[in-house]
Design a protein around this ligand. Sequence first.
Ligand code: AMP
Length: 189
Amino acid sequence: MLNIILFGPPGAGKGTQSQFLREQYQLTYVSTGEILREEIAAETELGLQVKEIISQGNLVSDEIVAAIIEKKLAENLDSPGFLFDGYPRTVKQAEILDEMLRKYDMSLSGVLSLEVPEELLVERMLERGKISGRADDNIDSIKRRFVEYEEKTKPVLDYYQDTDNLYPVNGVGAIPEIFQNLCSVIDSL
Ligand code: AMP
């Protein structure tokens, strides 16, 4: 089984690269951000609960995303593997994921961390905001998302460094080149 986490700051290209990776390796794609946006669009109870939090650029609670992940795992137990995009985003989430994978007799193959300088990230996100229609692709929410990333998400890198699961990947360049960088790492796992 191939279980991959695609890690990186907001705007690093995780969503774009995930679309290629899930196809290449036939993985079940799990993007907590995408699932939460679907809940908001469908105006479910969960959607209403997280709408404001997300549009302001804050992280939703670890419990909410844990429930989303557990459901996805349980529904896809015969999958050749999972691709996690935008999860885990806190050390607590990383611990919960470890526990859940153990529970289902799965393990992590690797954490691929897309490295992109911050100036380029902001530029990419503002560009994306023109077409994405995402409520959180405006300058105030983007700033807030970076603060959340620095404070809560970056420590996740140390967590995986300590367990020898971390693979930094250059995230600057043309989309196919970056995809190749990712595939080289995955093929060596
Ligand atoms: P994304 O599409 O991954 O950029 O996520 C968009 C937004 O959804 C984030 O800014 C958070 O508000 C929320 N979100 C997505 N994934 C998580 C997560 N793992 N933990 C907490 N909040 C999340």
